[in-house]
Write a new protein. Sequence first.
Length: 294
Amino acid sequence: MALRFYLDENLPIEIARQLRARGIDVVTVRDIKRLGDSDENHLQRAAADNRVLCTFDTDFIRLALEGHSHAGIVLGQPELHYIGAWVSFLELMHAVLSAEEMRDLLEARFSDALRTAVDHVVEFLPNKGQGQIIAVFSIGQTMTYLTVVLNRQTIFEREQVFGGQQLTQDLVRLYGLTPEEAEIKKRTGDLPDNYQRDLLQPFVEQAATDIGRALQFFFTSTPYTRVDQIYLAGGSSVVPGLAEAVAQRTQVPAEILSPFQGMELAATVRERQLRADAPSLLVATGLAMRRFDA
């Protein structure tokens, strides 16, 4: 059975609107006119309808630990997880997890899934990355998420408005493509000669600048003064020249991150296609790995 969601009253209703536009079954507390109801009743109602409860309220985790039945709980942090992060994460959950797999899973957060995938990759670094400060930028359609880890501990998280949709919209505007055609041509490079000069290069420069600014914010907001390695992930990370531009702008080694290091692939898997799609599957891979570890 596909995942269905129950949004607590502290979440913006825009999340529900965007999920429904993607064909995902979601109800909100406002929809069913239960504003102000007790946490116990919300949890019970979501479980009875086999819906994953999504909230900022840690009291639901306490109730679950006390033995209250539930169909899964997704907990966000108001200062980190805005509308774009919620929509992206719940859409990924819907794609890779079933209702049966989510039942009784206490927490499933974007940052947890991202960190699980990153932890797996770090295992293959020299000395398993001990002592290294690693910054992972997951560049999505509209948002970029930064997670900084040191010795398997997350020491900083931040999200900012920037993503590949900007380039897609420019392609639609300049060349008269549909959004679907633009996405395909971004990957194949089947575009006019002026594409690189007029669209790609400005996009890459802006992305590198935004990543550099995010690192500066990390330095000014924490006691840390260095980053040893940058990894780029997400569907927009494979834009040609981005990793090189980021390394040049930040003076930190940067490379595209694949979550499949050390994994054995089935014979039926199209390896070349999987390698091409790997950066966009980082969070989905982390979600799946967290479920196996549960």
